[in-house]
Ligand binder design. Structure first.
Ligand code: ADP
Ligand code: MG
Length: 680
């Protein structure tokens, strides 16, 4: 919370300081940088008769009538009329005696709000009220700030003004630079945005291209770029054991594989090996669309580390996925004489203890598991490389645990969710990125079909036909987020319905509530081809790899996000047979659902899908900001402000090299009390 000194200086009460803390405001600078969400125009009054519907406006009139009504609920209803005689209703669902007093019959008041057609005719709900007898019209636009309950706009406005007056608002950026960038001074920009001059309109102020806004956005982007760069410098000045493998194990694995690496795979393997040879920790993200073959790349990285006499940990977000990796790595590594260990949360204590000992004695060359791998009591003998699959699915806590385990180990993160360039440039600036931009050969493209759920019987017929050809199918149950019990119920119902409709097929079920061993059992039955159809909740979303499965049916596809649909669809099309994905949907479809289904129908390229997803949802949602703990930008917008971002990116290293004092000052202003960008 705000230090008492600052509170005193800014004349802020203890109580207000608590509210400010909720807004993440702890310093005078935080207040100065707390910028309006929008502006209200209270500079003139509209005749009620001319006031437009649905847009904010101000009217003035005399109260004709006031009543507390109880139907349909307790509310205060007021009728006013202006000099032209037009009448308007004001309605308050929450009100205090002070409202009733302020709105007594005969009082002349001004009301600011949006007029709507209501039950009583035209009305404003919860307008802002001002006494017209004792207060003049505002001279300039009124800023409206983001706030919390109990902290009023006038109060915030006053505190912000005090902060602005008390701060040395001198610029951190040198004048010649501002001139080159064509940006105004910070002081001028802040004053303008907090107290706009009378000549500016709401429209002008809401337009992000206003020079004052550009300046603030630039400063924000610059702060982000600077802190990312510094984080990178810090990492690079750290120490890690350089892992120079002699390539002997890798070569043996490559020779044993039934396929040759694609060009793209070879390239990224090279990039990773170069990183591992450094004396500072690698921090690399391996991106590749679903099915692009990231696992073998990870395996080769692991072998490089093992050749250099260090241990490797492979962490996956779910037990199913971790188990798949475990099986795969065993199959690849045991013939090379290596020990592959397994650690998961659901493991029995005895087995777990045994594995932990193998890990701490250094007997286990590679350990695969869920985040159980990074619990406190797991000690590695000589950990050199950590591989994290589906990195974006891990929460902040898990990533922190990993980080604490050894800041100085090399990290390889893998993700099938492509990060658009702008995001990569801003939020992942401390990650080096390798991209597998080529699918293994001989993949047949997946046909996607959108089918109304009324035609479910036809889809069942299609499943039968597919399985009669010796291929296999997934049937994904609808996602029910509200309740795990309902989700389970739906899954068992779906199984029963399918078994009845398709008695000749062997159908298995896998869901999130099953024990890991049970799940693994069913999965291996399906992998081995002993089940024709696998009914699943979305637990199969990531990583499952059964090349003989060529049909994916997804029920209630309209409920799923784009990334999830793309991941699910990527479970098929892995073998030589032509594959299909049937998206069953139920009407009515929301606009969002329609937009998503259109994208997934039209596109198969994961990068394009992610780009469209970003368009539909915006970057905050896209990143799952809250879960990932990535601090979002407040003012700049990655789509609109790309040019500013590029300028900030270009400038950041120059400032760090030549103007270290500017860097410190800038970061102090922007990030002093904010969650650090340097975090996880
Ligand atoms: P993902 O990138 O989604 O994790 P996987 O690593 O599971 O993809 O690989 C998908 C499938 O492609 C696996 O069956 C894998 O063995 C196979 N595969 C990987 N690389 C190649 C390649 N170069 N040629 C042929 N098949 C490959
Ligand atoms: Mg994978």
């Amino acid at each position: 919370m705000m230090p008492t000194e600052t509170q005193k200086q800014l004349k802020i009460t203890e109580n207000a300081a608590k509210k400010l803390a909720k807004l993440n405001i702890q310093t005078a600078w935080d207040l100065a940088l707390h910028l309006p969400l929008r502006y209200e125009d209270e500079t003139h009054v509209m005749p009620i008769a001319d006031a437009p519907l649905g847009v904010p406006c101000q009217v003035e009139g005399t109260v004709l009538f006031q009543e507390v009504q109880f139907r349909p609920r307790r509310q205060l209803v007021v009728r006013i009329a202006d000099h032209s005689g037009s009448v308007l209703h004001l309605r308050f669902i929450h009100f205090y005696p002070s409202h009733q007093k302020q709105l007594a019959e005969g009082k002349r008041i001004r009301a600011v709000g949006e007029i709507k057609h209501g039950f009583f005719g035209d009305e404003m709900i919860h307008p802002k009220i001002r006494d017209a007898e004792n207060s003049g019209l505002a001279e300039s636009l009124t800023p409206v700030y983001p706030t919390v309950n109990g902290l009023t706009q006038p109060n915030l406005r006053r505190m912000i003004q005090t902060a602005l007056d008390s701060l040395p608002l001198h610029d951190t950026l040198p004048d010649d630079l501002l001139g080159r960038l064509n940006l105004p001074h910070l002081a001028e920009s802040l004053r303008l945005l907090h107290a706009p001059p009378p000549e500016l309109t709401v429209q002008q102020l809401s337009d992000g291209t206003l020079p004052a806004w550009q300046r603030l956005k630039f400063d924000e982007l610059l702060a982000q770029q600077l802190s990312m760069r510094l984080a990178r410098q810090k990492r690079i000045s750290g120490e890690a054991k350089p892992l120079n493998g002699d390539g002997s194990l890798s070569l043996r694995l490559l020779n044993a594989l039934p396929f040759a690496l694609t060009q793209a795979q070879q390239r990224v393997v090279g990039e990773i090996r170069a990183d591992l040879a450094h004396t500072y920790p690698m921090h690399r993200l391996l991106q590749g669309d679903v099915g692009s073959g990231k696992t073998i790349v990870a395996a080769l990285a692991a072998l490089t580390a093992i050749e250099a006499d260090t241990q490797v940990a492979v962490m996956a977000p779910t037990e199913i996925l971790a188990e798949q990796h475990f099986i795969k790595f065993k199959q690849w590594f045991e013939p090379l004489g290596l020990n592959v260990a397994w650690l998961s949360g659901s493991q029995r204590k005895k087995a777990k203890d045994q594995n932990k000992t193998a890990v701490s004695d250094g007997l286990a060359h590679i350990t695969v598991g869920t985040h159980a791998l990074f619990q406190d009591d797991v000690q590695f003998h000589n950990l050199g490389l950590v591989i994290v699959d589906e990195q974006h699915r891990f929460g902040v806590a898990q990533r922190l645990a990993l980080k604490n385990k050894g800041c100085d180990v090399h990290q390889l993160m893998m993700s099938a969710t492509p990060i658009p360039r702008t995001l990569a440039m801003s939020f992942f600036a401390d990650l080096d990125v390798s991209v597998i931009d080529e699918l293994p050969p001989n993949r047949t493209p997946i046909k996607t079909r959108l089918v109304n759920s009324a035609r479910r019987a036809e889809v069942e017929g299609f499943v039968l036909a597919t399985c009669r050809k010796g291929q296999q199918a997934y049937w994904v149950c609808p996602l029910i987020e509200e309740s795990e019990t309902l989700q389970l119920q739906t899954a068992t119902d779906t199984l029963a319905v399918l078994q009845q409709a398709l008695p000749e097929l062997k159908i298995g079920l896998v869901h999130g509530r099953m024990k890991a061993a049970e799940k693994a059992g069913i999965m291996s039955e399906f992998s081995a081809g002993r089940l024709n159809v696998l009914v699943a909740t979305t637990v199969i979303e990531v990583g499952v790899d059964v090349p003989n499965a060529s049909l994916m049916v997804i029920e209630h596809a309209e409920r799923m996000g784009l990334a999830q649909l793309h991941q699910l669809r990527g479970r098929v099309g892995r073998g030589a047979a032509a594959s299909a994905c049937v998206l069953l949907f139920s009407e009515p479809l929301s606009e969002l659902a329609k937009a998503r289904l259109k994208v997934i129908y039209e596109h198969t390229d994961g990068f394009e899908i992610a780009r469209q997803d970003l368009n539909i949802r915006g970057p905050g949602e896209f990143l799952g900001a809250r879960q990932s703990g990535v601090p979002m930008l407040r003012f700049a917008n990655l789509e609109e402000d790309l040019q500013l971002l590029e300028k900030a990116r270009e400038l950041a290293p120059q400032l760090i090299d030549h103007h270290p004092a500017t860097v410190t000052a800038h970061l102090n202003r922007w990030l002093a009390s904010r969650e650090s960008y340097l975090g996880v």
